[in-house]
Design a protein around this ligand. Structure first.
Ligand SMILES: [Fe+2]
Length: 248
């Protein structure tokens, strides 16, 4: 990559990451978390929102444990660069009770904003997703649908994705979904970006090897297919707005 290409993408914000050690199926140790931090920083990521899974009725990391781990990971990030920021939220699994858990701050919004990273079962029907998104909106949250490309009911279904956006939902895509050149899903993902049906692209990283926090390969693919303006919108503008609790 040339110097010019690198210039404006060295402050990437990753809002979906399982980088905290031993709290979910993400990083298995502090050693792995440290490697993930190194990889992320080398990829130009300087702000990460750690988003451990939160599911009502399952064993979720205790708040104190979560904040202690956050503190330890922040200290490691600072060793790499004092401006390397780690914040916290949850990737919440939707259920009717999740609203109450968010209101009581048992489940966390993204970095204290009104944005909620929400996932559903990949086989859930469209109506279930629509109802869940609608309920989050009614209670004043800004829902972001985690990895929009993964749901069976939304695959190649541009109309319903548009309908959810029209309702007030934001769409997050995993950068790794763009890295399989011949995969049909990659073509779908590129179309979503071209049709302006994606707001945020993140790593959803889980480890330092096969689900590592890498951005640049996918980012360059988007740049080639969609141009620099799209890169600025997706990777700079929208994430900046999010962390400042402004509407995308
Ligand atoms: Fe995730």
């Amino acid at each position: 990559m040339s110097e010019t290409q690198n210039r404006n993408i060295n402050q990437l914000i990753d809002i979906h990451s399982h980088i905290l050690p031993q709290v979910d199926n993400g990083s298995v140790s502090m050693e792995q978390t440290k490697n993930m931090l190194k990889i992320a920083y080398e990829e130009g990521i300087t702000y990460i929102i750690a988003t451990p899974h939160y599911s009502v009725g399952c064993r979720n990391a205790d708040k104190e444990e979560l904040y202690n781990k956050l503190k330890a990971v922040r200290a490691e990030a600072e060793k790499i660069n004092e401006n390397f920021t780690i914040d916290i939220g949850n990737e919440v699994y939707y259920s009717e009770d999740i609203i109450e858990h968010l209101r009581k701050e048992k489940a966390l919004t993204l970095a204290g904003t009104r944005y909620v990273l929400v996932k559903f079962a990949e086989t859930d029907p469209y109506e279930t997703i629509k109802t869940g998104i609608h309920r989050l909106l009614i209670y004043g949250y800004y829902p972001i649908l985690a990895h929009v490309e993964k749901y069976d009911c939304l695959y190649n279904n541009y109309e319903d994705i548009y309908n959810l956006i029209h309702l007030g939902c934001y769409m997050q895509m995993n950068i790794s979904s763009l890295n399989k050149i011949t995969d049909k899903k990659t073509a779908f993902c590129i179309n979503l970006i071209k049709y302006d049906l994606v707001h945020i692209i993140s790593t959803d990283s889980h480890s330092d090897y096969n689900r590592a926090p890498r951005m640049l390969e996918g980012l360059n693919r988007i740049r080639k297919k969609c141009g620099e303006q799209v890169i600025n919108q997706l990777f700079i503008e929208n994430t900046r707005r999010l962390i400042h609790n402004e509407r995308i």
